[in-house]
Design a protein around this ligand. Sequence first.
Ligand code: UDX
Length: 446
Amino acid sequence: MNITVIGTGYVGLVSGVCYAELGNKVICVDKDLGKIEMLQAGEIPIYEPGLKELAEKNSTAGKLAFTTDLNDAVRQSDIIILAVGTPPMPSGEANMAYINQAALDIAEAMNGYKIIAVKSTVPVGTNERIRELIGTRTSEPFDSISLPEFLREGSAVMDTLNPDRIVIGADNQSAADTMVQLHRPLTEQIIVTDIRSAEMIKYASNAFLATKISFINEIANICEKVGADVTKVAEGMGYDKRIGQSFLKAGIGYGGSCFPKDTRALIQIAGNVDYEFKLLRSVVEVNQDQRFNVIRKLETIFNGQLRGKTVAIWGLAFKPNTDDVRDSPALEIIQYLVENGVKVKAYDPIAMENFKALYGKEGVKWCDQALDAAQDSDALCLLTEWDEFAEVDLNLLQSVMNQAILIDGRNVFNEEDLLGTAFVYYSVGRPSLNKGVKQQIPVMQL
Ligand code: UDX
């Protein structure tokens, strides 16, 4: 099939490359000329394992092209996939400006029947609005489809080529059949629904996963007080098939471009129809507070005397295997520390440049090596579970630090790792591993 994908962010770029891999002819469109020139030259603007190789292979085979010319791309294609951003506005509502503009551009380019599928995460009812927007501006026939995307950053190519399910929201059987045919090589698990339900499936899925994370984080906080181990609790819960093992890793809360944005947007969507989504509000609140657990632990260890201390931060990306720092817990943690007179030394294997660009403030010493950041520090906070942190020699780490204090925000280290070291160690929801500090951690209000 001939496909145009509009928007070369994570979703658009990965989807475009993967549709080409399936044997389709794909044109990826973006307004950003710099980005398109980069892609044409074989460079990938995001860090995503496996993407560069696959893009190269399919470009060379003539199945994948990049352009800023939306009009030309649309005219050559039977299926148009919208994958532009819907960034949050201050209210939490999704900003629809890019979607609306793309819809107008498509309307102008229409030259015969096309399927227009929306992959961007959009509020319920948006597909119908887009249909209206295009329909009033062209007499050419088209069908609109909701095609929500469930890929995770860091494993986006794997997820796209091996999805748990494909959801297609359609109100026209033949358009739905075409979309089923396009995705059939990926999975047997294809759910065809009405358009509004498909739009809702995306929000409900992300909200549910976010709920699992906030739930286990609260269980972890209770574990710290009652002397239980949250990793064992999660394992024990997870063997119940109705619960499952995944998304029960306690830590410093979820970040990234999806969960924070989509949870807030769903609260807003509910609010717009006079429904207060109380559970999801709490999920967001718990998540916001969880990142400050790291700081509360530091405050306890230093008896509230953080000012003037040097704290190393390992990990700036919102999760490993990505350079994405959007809504990364590291942002607020570092900001709090800097504002409270702490000297921060930070390191991330991949996300450093993106973090600097987003954080944009003085007061942090950026380090090229994990051990450089730890050198002469009074404490180390591990915020992203990159593999290289788990592999570090803790005795060596201890020897370069001013004080051997380790706050492990992702439960990377185990009892065996800590044996023989003198670390004052705190992790999340595993009080039996706390070393070096006798007293229980009190809950402190910030
Ligand atoms: C998520 C969804 O998984 C994906 O389906 C959707 O399309 C986009 O949003 P992504 O944001 O890439 O994907 O990352 P994910 O791996 O889901 O992790 C999100 C956040 O939750 C990360 O900050 C991660 O550290 C955190 N997390 C995840 C936990 O704290 N504990 C867990 O058990 C799982």
